[in-house]
Design a protein around this ligand. Structure first.
Ligand code: GLN
Length: 536
């Protein structure tokens, strides 16, 4: 069977859930017995989002192989329950870097290098890698941004060419748009959708399916109007009202026949009936009234919750497993330094300190860790959240007053967190951290080992600094437990406090491997302890 392609493009505005829609569609196809792969094309010039501020781009999602990618890859992995690799995300930056290095090498000697065909060829080559690497029967490909952006043009042109090369019968263009509502009259407008389809058609692409997102119910008449004006079949305009519960999206798409529509249009026959029962159960569980636990999330990018997308999702997964509702209190760590925001911490049933870079707000995170330790508040630290827990412990338990991470104070007398040996000679910032999956052995009888229930785990990393082993003995003597270590025992992966209900922190990022139906043990442990605390 020829590989089939689903191309998702966005119209009107961004952030209407194109990634979630693509991911949920992937689930519907996987459920029908097809091997599905996913790829996100990002038109910005950065080589990857790794060097971008989370304010610009939301969280950087890390894969098994260490690729630093767009947060939509998290949606794909969580909905479809697959593990993606480096080929699943590329940017304009990567396309140009590759083409220019070939030009310097002399691969095109004599030629003039142009967007068509050189850049579009490189884009198509990278798209081809997905099928080659995964053997997928259906490749779901999402183009970042919105049609009409100057940067996405070469990508759309490449897709147009690809359609002719692999055959029109093997491709579907799915355009996800937004239907705004006029406040005064409550009227839903289709004109922006018409314009964005016109923009797409001006570069030679006619969408086969339009998914029309809206905050309101969209009636049949409106869908027929879109069909007429945008030249798509009537059954191919799918109205998609904003879902109350994220996990409802695949159920809504299924209810509207999207799974079958895709197969019909691609000329495919499913090999099995989709089983959506687990997702229905999940939505029911979300809707059930449950006691609430409050988690204070102490970060530096809290104004933009997308910066903590996977952490938020992992908390929700763990809440479901504990039959509680989780209410996240977003606390700006820099506020804590100015005596602000403490109410949220004091009311919280648990404190979570996520990852981060740079010194802004670090002292606030250290204060939050101290509060959790001294007041027996359940605490989970992720990456930087582990490092600040160790700095706090050194300062206030071991009385090493100026203890710090050398990331924040190069001259500290007590660098309890220090640059990893293999990071010392590195000067480039992009893609040079300790990235991706590494094994961790759990030490028997610890909270971490109990939470996981297995002796060895593999977790995803993204950091430059690590626990400084010259302090290990002193930490141990005072009640810090090193509950997870690299197999050679040299790298500290998980720490926890002996005399505390649940103060656990990892150097890796457990949030990237949490799934709605497979919640992450360390998060489940946190909310279990939070539930206990809330009861008291
Ligand atoms: N800045 C810290 C380091 O590089 C922590 C990184 C993180 O939290 N992802 O080690």
């Amino acid at each position: 069977m020829a590989t089939k392609y689903l191309f998702f493009t966005g119209g009107v505005v961004s952030s209407v859930g194109k990634g979630v829609t693509a991911a949920a569609t992937g689930l519907l196809l996987k459920e029908r017995g097809f091997k599905v792969a996913v790829q996100k094309l990002d038109p910005y010039i950065n080589v990857d989002p790794g060097t971008m501020s989370p304010y610009q781009h939301g969280e950087v999602y890390v894969l098994d192989d260490g690729a630093e990618t767009d947060l939509d890859l998290g949606h794909y992995e969580r909905f479809i329950d697959i593990r993606l690799s480096r080929v699943s995300n590329f940017t304009t930056g990567q396309v140009y870097a590759e083409t220019i290095s070939k030009e310097r090498r002399g691969d095109y000697l004599g030629g003039t290098i142009q967007v068509i065909p050189h850049i579009t060829n490189e884009i198509k080559r990278r798209i081809g890698l997905v099928e080659k690497e995964t053997g997928a029967e259906i490749v779901i490909l999402e183009v970042g941004g919105t049609v009409g952006d100057i940067e996405s043009q070469p990508f759309l042109e490449a897709l147009r060419q690809l359609r002719n090369e692999v055959g029109r019968e093997n491709c579907l263009f799915i355009h996800v748009t937004w239907l705004p509502t006029i406040g005064a009259t409550g009227e839903i407008k289709t004109k922006p959708t018409q314009h964005s389809v016109a923009a797409l058609r001006s570069i030679g692409i006619s969408p086969n399916v339009i998914i029309a997102r809206a905050d309101q119910d969209v009636d049949k008449g409106l869908c027929e109007k879109i069909a007429l004006f945008c030249d798509v079949e009537k059954d191919s305009v799918i109205p998609m009202k904003t879902a109350e519960v994220l996990y409802e999206v695949p159920l809504l798409l299924e209810k509207m026949g999207v799974g079958e529509l895709m197969l019909k249009k691609l000329g495919l026959k499913s090999t099995r009936k989709p089983n959506m029962r687990p997702w229905k159960k999940l939505v029911e569980e979300v809707r059930t009234q449950k006691p609430t636990v409050k988690v204070a999330l102490v970060g530096k990018y809290v104004e933009l919750q997308d910066a903590y997308m996977s952490v938020r999702e992992a908390l929700k997964h763990a809440a479901l497993a504990n039959h509680v509702e989780v209410e996240i209190e977003w606390v700006h760590s820099a506020d804590l330094e100015k005596d602000k925001g403490w109410d949220a911490i004091k009311k919280a049933d648990a404190v979570l300190v996520p990852g981060g870079f740079g010194s802004r707000g670090v002292e606030g995170k250290i204060l939050a860790a101290r509060y959790a330790r001294e007041n027996n508040v359940p605490y989970l630290g992720l990456c930087l959240g582990m490092q600040v827990m160790c700095v706090e412990f050194a300062r206030n338990v071991l009385d090493l007053e100026d203890a710090n991470s050398s990331e924040f104070d190069r001259g500290t007398e007590h660098p309890v967190i220090d640059l990893m040996l293999d990071q010392r000679a590195i000067t480039d910032m992009g893609g040079t951290m300790r990235l991706g999956l590494y094994p961790c052995l759990l030490q028997k009888g610890t909270k971490a080992a109990t939470a996981y229930g297995v002796p060895k785990v593999d977790e995803r990393h993204r950091h430059r600094f690590e626990f400084n082993n010259s302090y290990r003995e002193r930490f141990k003597e005072h009640g810090m437990v090193f509950s997870g270590l690299s197999p050679d025992g040299k790298l500290v992966e998980i720490v926890e406090l002996a005399n505390h209900p649940y103060m656990v922190a990892s150097q890796f990022h457990p949030e990237f491997l949490s799934r709605s139906m497979k919640p992450h043990p360390l998060f489940v442990g946190l909310l279990k302890a939070a539930k206990e605390k809330a009861k008291k």
